[in-house]
Design a protein around this ligand. Structure first.
Ligand code: ADP
Ligand code: GN1
Ligand code: MG
Length: 362
């Protein structure tokens, strides 16, 4: 039997009758809905993207482990665990998620009220607050037993493997779009030698493996509407062992860009050095002295390589026919790739300035 959304939500441990179910948010991966109940309590319902996350059991085990761990810390400091971390609402049979007969996997979270996840930086203060929140998130998980975490997406930030996937996509030319992307491909290939940098630094022990978020874009943090503070880091699907500079870099890629991720006029793209500095300040403060000197020195590299890697991923998806990231119009993935590469080029121009700003915080 194919369940509709109402029947799906009926399987979860929610007592109040459901008033409405509406698509929600602007994430690129999962199908997200806002559930309104008669009591006024809201929930987030998500169909997990199983082509991206192939093992929902392991995925939910990670999120359950991490959120339970964070809850203890939040309680110990007198915080509100219902707002400061994700809360999984189990099914009526006590499971972390629902698998329907046709194989779809659904989960429900408590809705974090009185807070907003922003798709663009409106004020430097918001960006600073997001930096603090992501830094603190990493600090809070510093002692988390990393070996218990499943790798929900293998080689998620292995740039060399991402580059290899691009080469495969070029060979296949599955969507017949190769000719439209020749400039972008040349840009990507010119920087192939940089794809190994992070993995080499990890291998040589110069960078430590930490428990990281791995998807630190601005709309994955909730900012309190009253206090303006970053209260909760969400979208915990990719919490895995990783590099702190990648968490830093992914935030810069998205939030310190003067244009939207899918801006069609790439001349609007640039790195805001003001926002870069604001984020360095917030992130280092949030990590509260945990980052090593090497990690701090490599923050600009994290920003550049995460932007480059994301550009490669958008380009690969464009060539494959838009099968990974959600798209809402033709060429959106190509536009996204172009903004990322324009941002990389601008970072290369501003490299010394980025390094000088970073030095102030070492
Ligand atoms: P995706 O992996 O597709 O990005 P997310 O988990 O980030 O999915 O959810 C998409 C959006 O839904 C978020 O950017 C945020 O706006 C909203 N959202 C997710 N979880 C919650 C929550 N618990 N409370 C309020 N809003 C949420
Ligand atoms: C995806 O899930 P979302 O929209 O927060 C992607 C990130 C990319 C980002 C680009 C699991 O993030 O890695 O950086 O899009 N998440 C996954 O906007 O692939
Ligand atoms: Mg998200």
């Amino acid at each position: 039997m194919i369940l509709d959304r109402q029947e799906v939500i009926n399987q979860f441990a929610i007592s109040a009758p459901i008033v409405s179910i509406k698509p929600y948010g602007s994430g690129h991966i999962n199908d997200t809905f806002q559930i309104m109940t008669e009591s006024g309590i809201r929930y987030i319902l998500q169909r997990m993207n199983q082509s991206v996350f192939q093992n929902p059991d392991q995925l939910m085990e990670n999120i359950h482990g991490v959120t339970e761990y964070l809850k203890k810390q939040i309680l110990a400091r007198g915080g509100n665990p219902e707002r400061e971390t994700l809360n999984i609402i189990p099914t009526k049979t006590g499971r972390l998620y629902l698998r329907t007969e046709e194989g779809d996997c659904w989960r429900v979270y408590r809705f974090i009220e009185g807070a907003t996840s922003y798709d663009e930086v409106k004020t430097p203060e918001d960006f600073y607050q997001s930096a603090l929140a992501f830094g603190r998130f990493q600090a809070a998980l510093a002692e988390y037993p990393a070996h218990t975490l499943h790798e929900t997406i293998p080689d998620f930030h292995n740039t060399a493997k991402r580059f290899a996937a691009l080469k495969e996509a070029v060979k296949r030319n599955r969507a017949g779009r190769l000719d439209q992307a020749s400039f972008e491909l040349a840009f990507a290939y010119e920087r192939e030698s940089e794809t190994h940098i992070m993995a080499d630094l990890l291998k040589s022990g110069e960078l430590p493996l930490r428990v990281t978020h791995n998807d630190t874009k601005l709309n994955n943090v909730m900012i309190d509407d009253q206090t303006g503070k970053g209260i909760c880091v969400i979208d915990l699907d990719t919490v895995m062992p990783g590099l702190s500079i990648n968490d830093f870099g992914d935030s810069i890629r998205f939030g310190a860009n003067t244009a939207a991720e899918d801006e069609q006029d790439s001349s609007k793209v640039s790195l805001s050095l003001e926002l870069y500095e604001v984020y360095v300040r917030g992130f280092t403060e949030g990590c509260s002295g945990r980052l090593t000197k090497k990690e701090l020195e490599l923050l600009p590299m994290g920003a550049k390589l995460m932007t480059y890697e994301c550009g490669i991923r958008f380009l690969t998806d464009y060539l494959e026919g838009d099968v990974y990231f959600k798209t809402h119009r033709p060429n959106q993935n190509l536009d996204r790739c172009r903004t990322q590469f324009a941002l990389v080029a601008d970072m290369e121009q501003k490299w010394t300035k980025m390094q000088n700003i970073t030095k102030k915080y070492i």
